[in-house]
Design a protein around this ligand. Structure first.
Ligand SMILES: NC(=O)c1ccc[n+]([C@@H]2O[C@H](COP(=O)([O-])OP(=O)(O)OC[C@H]3O[C@@H](n4cnc5c(N)ncnc54)[C@H](OP(=O)(O)O)[C@@H]3O)[C@@H](O)[C@H]2O)c1
Length: 330
């Protein structure tokens, strides 16, 4: 397994990370035994970066990871945990709480659920519009000083917020959506990260499955949040899947799958970028891992750009109510 280092202060991690959200939340029915087996398969393949959030099915995802990671050497994997998104009993989202006292409260619960004495990278899931980022990062810094947290990360914030946070304590990485069809980070965010020596962990690399080569118009089942994502909605999804078919032709020429091609594209955007994939089964993981061996030449990158020009996807990457909480657009 290749490794990459998250920024100038962050940990070295596998060049591909595993995002565990879909094992508990967001994408419809899940299979606990298969989820645990997928985490084990990832670790055995050399994946060391595992991402979760305390709000992924309200603690379910952390408890699942605790089970999957039980008995493993704590130094053999890097746990990235997002906090602060508020949920209700109907699973709805009710904003973000990043007040210093909330940071410590969320952390205490996460440590308990995960069954660990520290979190490797701790990050607010979104910017709390009511709390200056300096206060939130200041509270995490206290937790770093106390030994409960190793590194500070951010998620879905703009360049100005990155600068303000980094001035309080070095930021290891920003987690943000980045894929062939979500390239807003390229304008200001990525140059700012590079100037400050901060890594990027990319999520939505497969655009939640839309550009994986496995999506079809009839796949969103009840309970699947993709039913509310504009890119998946009727009228947009057909257009977006036509882009995938153009990619499929490039992938076939390259001798890889569409999913491997789009993961390889993100990995090729810089050594400072670590793609996360939301594999929920060993089958999907087995497809994703060889993406790191797909070597994209300048000609390949030009072909991919021709198949999916920047900005060619239709529909926002989140429902309208969630777009306002993001640091960048599509
Ligand atoms: N910071 C943030 O705001 C934020 C937001 C969302 C997610 N995340 C993190 O990012 C992680 C990745 O989630 P994502 O939503 O970005 O997922 P993604 O990797 O873009 O898409 C995952 C979806 O694609 C499908 N898929 C098809 N082929 C695949 C393959 N070969 N490998 C992996 N998945 C494949 C998956 O499996 P099926 O076909 O089996 O459904 C799943 O439904 C999450 O688990 C979470 O940790 C962070």
């Amino acid at each position: 397994m290749q490794t990459r280092t998250l920024g100038t202060t962050g940990p070295a991690v596998s060049a591909l990370g595993l995002g565990a959200m879909g094992m508990s939340d967001a994408y419809g029915p899940t299979d606990r035994a298969e989820s645990v087996a997928t985490v084990h398969a990832a670790l055995e393949a050399g994946v060391t970066l595992i991402d979760t959030g305390d709000f992924y099915a309200m603690g379910h995802n952390e408890l699942l990871l605790a089970e999957a990671l039980r008995g493993r050497d704590r130094d053999s994997y890097v746990l990235s945990v997002k906090f602060g998104a508020l949920r209700g009993p109907g699973h709805e989202f009710n904003g973000q709480d990043s007040r210093p006292e909330a940071v410590k409260n969320f952390l205490a619960y996460s440590l308990t659920r995960l069954g660990t004495d520290h979190i490797d990278i701790y990050r607010p899931a979104r910017l709390d519009p009511d709390v200056p980022i300096e206060e939130t990062v200041g509270a995490i810094k206290e937790m770093v000083d106390a030994g409960y947290v190793r590194h500070i990360g951010l998620s879905e914030v703009d360049a100005a917020t990155i600068r303000r946070a980094h001035a309080v304590h070095p930021v290891a990485d920003l987690q943000i959506e980045y894929s062939l069809i979500s390239r807003a980070v390229e304008a200001d965010v990525l140059p700012t990260l590079r100037e400050l020596g901060i890594g990027l962990t990319a999520y939505g690399v497969l655009s939640r499955g839309l550009i994986s080569g496995h999506w079809s118009t009839d796949r969103a089942a009840p309970g699947d949040s993709r039913g509310f994502v504009p890119r998946f909605s009727p009228g947009n999804v057909e257009h977006n899947l036509a882009l995938v078919e153009a990619l499929r032709r490039v992938a076939e020429d390259k001798g890889c799958t569409v999913a491997q091609l789009v993961i390889a594209w993100v990995a090729a955007q810089g050594q400072d970028i670590v793609p996360l994939v939301g594999a929920r089964t060993r089958e999907r993981l087995t497809e994703a891992l060889p993406a790191l061996d797909v070597d994209l030449t300048a000609d390949d990158l030009a072909e991919i750009e021709k198949a999916v020009p920047r900005g060619s996807a239709r529909g926002d990457r989140y429902p309208a109510a969630f777009m306002a909480g993001l640091g960048v657009g599509n």
